[in-house]
Write a protein that binds this ligand. Structure first.
Ligand code: SAM
Length: 262
């Protein structure tokens, strides 16, 4: 499915910006990344863009993992959006009781033969609780399943519990009050990326997409590392990001900025 066609159907549903959607769509097509693991899908909007790219390539699959209770929270649901776009056949939807780290446990176990874990994914996108402990662990576990030259992407590079305080007290099961002041004000995905991914011997081609909240690394398995900050902000995308943040804020404060497509 062409990018503009899928954008027309799901582009108004959170949580992915048009720039990031275009980026992942092009990455999948240009680099033929056909086995994809998405950790945290919410409404399945990013999932639809990835599935549309797979359809253009003629095959592949997205394994999309979220929490059991996401089914009640996110309307329209991932199933409804995939049905509306006709892309259901490209996605395997998984809902876990406690979260994606236990799904990664299951995947590592399923793919281990004689104490070796086989790498099965070309691309892994981590977009869940934005938490050092959970997402740090998810990084090391995903690495075991990611093929050489595969990519790992994190959203919410600069997100903090402190900034989310205005709209809620708990994020994905973590009570903000239970955290130290330092944990509240430190962007935890930034720490995962800068301290775990960047120092990991398998990862190079590190990119921070300024203004987009996304960071990317490639499993180059090489000593040569590059780290670039990509400036892609135009006035139009700055405005779109502002609207998107307002949208997210309204959602978290319990107000509904959109209606379901049902
Ligand atoms: C920002 S949304 C994902 C948005 C989606 N990737 C997109 O761009 O369209 C974050 C999702 O992570 C899920 N989540 C949070 N903690 C999780 C965990 N430990 N395991 C699985 N999913 C989790 C939430 O339920 C929510 O659906």
């Amino acid at each position: 499915m062409r990018f503009e066609d899928v954008y027309q159907k799901v582009g108004h549903i959170p949580f992915i910006t048009k720039d990031n959607a275009r980026f992942i769509y092009d990455l999948i097509i240009n680099e033929k990344k056909v086995n994809i693991l998405e950790l945290g899908f919410a409404h399945g909007t990013a999932t639809c863009f990835m599935a549309a790219a797979l359809q253009e390539l003629g095959g592949g699959s997205v394994t999309a993992v979220d929490l059991l209770n996401a089914r009640e929270i996110f309307k329209p649901s991932i199933e409804e959006q995939l049905e509306a776009t006709g892309l259901s056949q490209y996605v395997n939807i998984i809902r876990m009781q406690t979260g994606y780290t236990w799904y990664l446990h299951d995947e590592i176990k399923r793919n281990t033969i004689n104490d070796v874990c086989y790498e099965i994914y070309d691309l892994c996108i981590i977009d869940g609780p934005k938490n050092w402990t959970i997402d740090g662990a998810a990084f090391f576990m995903s690495d075991k399943l990611l093929k050489e030259n595969g990519y790992i992407i994190f959203d919410d590079y600069l997100w903090t519990y402190a900034a989310a305080d205005n709209s809620r007290d708990v994020t994905d099961g973590i009570s903000h009050r239970s955290l130290s002041e330092e944990e509240r004000v430190t962007p935890q995905i930034r720490e995962v990326f800068e301290l775990l991914v960047k120092q990991h011997p398998n990862y190079g081609n590190l990119q921070v997409i300024e203004g987009g909240e996304w960071v990317i690394a490639q499993k180059t398995k090489s000593q040569n590392k590059s780290y670039v900050i990509v400036h892609r902000e135009t006035m139009k995308s700055m405005f779109a990001t502002l609207i998107y943040k307002l949208y997210k804020h309204l959602l978290r404060s319990g107000k509904k900025p959109y209606t379901t497509t049902k």
